[in-house]
Design a protein around this ligand. Structure first.
Ligand code: HEM
Length: 424
């Protein structure tokens, strides 16, 4: 196919396009998008494993995310590779350990209850924007420990503006020649960023002064973390990782929740089973299966981070050389009928029978780049679904599935997951 047609297909019909490619070319094929190096899409679990476990100097996932640098800063775990990436990852990971996650549960429950209470009843409306505001409050509270008040409001405002810039990648390209008198989107972005940075740095300084490293908040974990030589993280490092977690943790979780409701409201049998299990106060077995199945059937990220080939590597018997990118396709492996019978059906029961496989269930990517927020996201999704279903009956007036639409790198429900909430 001509590059232009591939580019249009990739952006406008993100799932249909790659389904069609697999049908035509098999489990592995190359996509050429306008003005980019080729992407080799792999979807066979053995090849995905090779991509996820390649040595850090051979494949570089950090290079593809450079566009985010103006938002997250150069020390972000997302942008780094090899040694420097491992250093940041070791500093960030303890913030997501089990005990800290448990400590965040009451906050997530409380924020959810407050928000759900304010959502309108008995009218059809997209639930995606509501989920966005919910997950933003949750991530701000998880990261900074701020729930309300004079420190939270300006921070929320500045960050929302910055994330809006991030949704439009063109606004993040610095102009070759600055607009006169500091006008134009780039100048606006820099101003907003300066405001956000000031607030974040003042939070960091404040925490250091108070010296409270306890609590479950992520900022406290980073302040307490130290490099291998015993030195603490610098303010700049902490800032960059906090921004990264805000960016990586907010939109993804909101969209996955929206997809889950889009599916549940069209699957009365699954919804009923889930509501029964929540009402009966069962353990989370069925809820967990629903979340896993949602992440399989409607993964918000259709592929893991592209890995740029830095040194020749053999994958599936073919040698790839520098300047191609290896793309593990989440969508294709999740819709492989040999792995998941009836792959397009929403059937949480498949995860009651067996746990997800490391290289066949990859909504959070894998290897040393696997999403650090995976358990946080699933914990949050569970709490939100449980609280929402206790409080409301979930329905939709639309029988047809919503098409997947690309929003930056995420795949979102085309109509924002139109949902009607009826008080129970
Ligand atoms: C449903 C929600 C989420 C999904 C589907 C998701 C998915 C992903 C995926 C696919 C990757 C790339 C992994 C790879 O290429 O191997 C990733 C990386 C990452 N995610 Fe998530 N994520 C979610 C929520 C979160 C949350 C809540 C946080 C933080 C609070 C977070 C923080 C990160 C970070 C920091 C990375 C970069 C890891 C690295 O490069 O070492 N994510 N995520």
């Amino acid at each position: 196919m001509p590059g232009a047609i591939q580019t249009v297909g990739w952006w406008t019909r993100p799932t249909g396009f790659i389904d069609r490619c697999r049908k035509q070319y098999g489990s592995r094929f190359t996509i050429r998008l306008a003005a980019q190096d080729p992407f080799v899409v792999v979807s066979d679990p053995a090849e995905i494993k090779q991509v996820f476990t390649a040595p850090p100097d051979v494949l570089h996932p950090g290079e593809g995310t450079r566009i985010l640098e103006p938002i997250v800063g150069p020390n972000s775990i997302l942008l780094l590779d090899e040694g420097p990436h491992m250093v940041q990852r070791k500093l960030v990971l303890p913030a997501f350990h089990g005990e800290r996650m448990k400590g965040l549960e009451p906050m997530i429950t409380e924020v959810t209850r407050e928000q759900v209470r304010s959502w309108p009843r008995n009218q059809s409306a997209p639930i995606h924007p509501r989920m966005q505001s919910l997950t933003l409050e949750v991530i701000l509270a998880a990261v900074f420990g701020l729930r309300r008040g004079e420190r939270l409001d300006p921070l929320r405002e500045a960050l929302t503006e910055m994330l809006d810039f991030g949704m439009n990648p063109l606004s993040l390209l610095p102009p070759a020649r600055r607009a006169p008198f500091g006008r134009g989107p780039w100048a606006g972005f820099l101003k907003t960023r300066a405001r956000a940075d000031e607030l974040i740095y003042s939070e960091i300084r404040d925490r250091r002064k108070r010296g409270d490293e306890g609590g479950s908040e992520i900022i406290n974990s980073l302040i307490g973390a130290s490099h291998e030589d015993g030195s603490p993280m610098s303010d700049v490092e902490i800032h960059d990782e906090l921004m990264t977690l805000l960016v990586a943790g907010h939109e993804t979780t909101a969209t996955q929740l929206a997809w889950t409701l889009e599916r549940l409201s069209r699957e009365p049998r699954v919804l009923e089973t889930l509501v029964d299990s929540v009402d009966q106060g069962d353990d989370d077995t069925y809820l967990t299966a629903v979340i896993r199945e949602s992440l399989r059937l409607r993964p918000v990220l259709l592929n893991a981070a592209p890995r740029t080939v830095k040194k020749p590597i053999e994958i599936g018997g073919v040698t790839y050389r520098p300047r191609v990118h290896m793309l593990a396709s989440v969508w294709l492996v999740h819709h492989d009928p040999d792995i998941y019978p009836e792959p397009y059906a929403f059937r949480p029961e498949r995860f009651l029978e067996s746990d997800p496989g490391t290289y066949t269930w990859i909504p959070f990517g894998g290897g040393r780049r696997r999403c650090v927020g995976a358990s946080f996201a699933q914990l949050e999704m569970g709490i939100v679904l449980r609280e929402l279903l206790r409080e409301t009956r979930v329905a939709t007036h639309h029988n047809r599935s919503e098409p997947a639409r690309r929003r930056m790198i995420t795949s979102t429900p085309g109509n924002g997951a139109e949902t009607t909430l009826i008080s129970r």
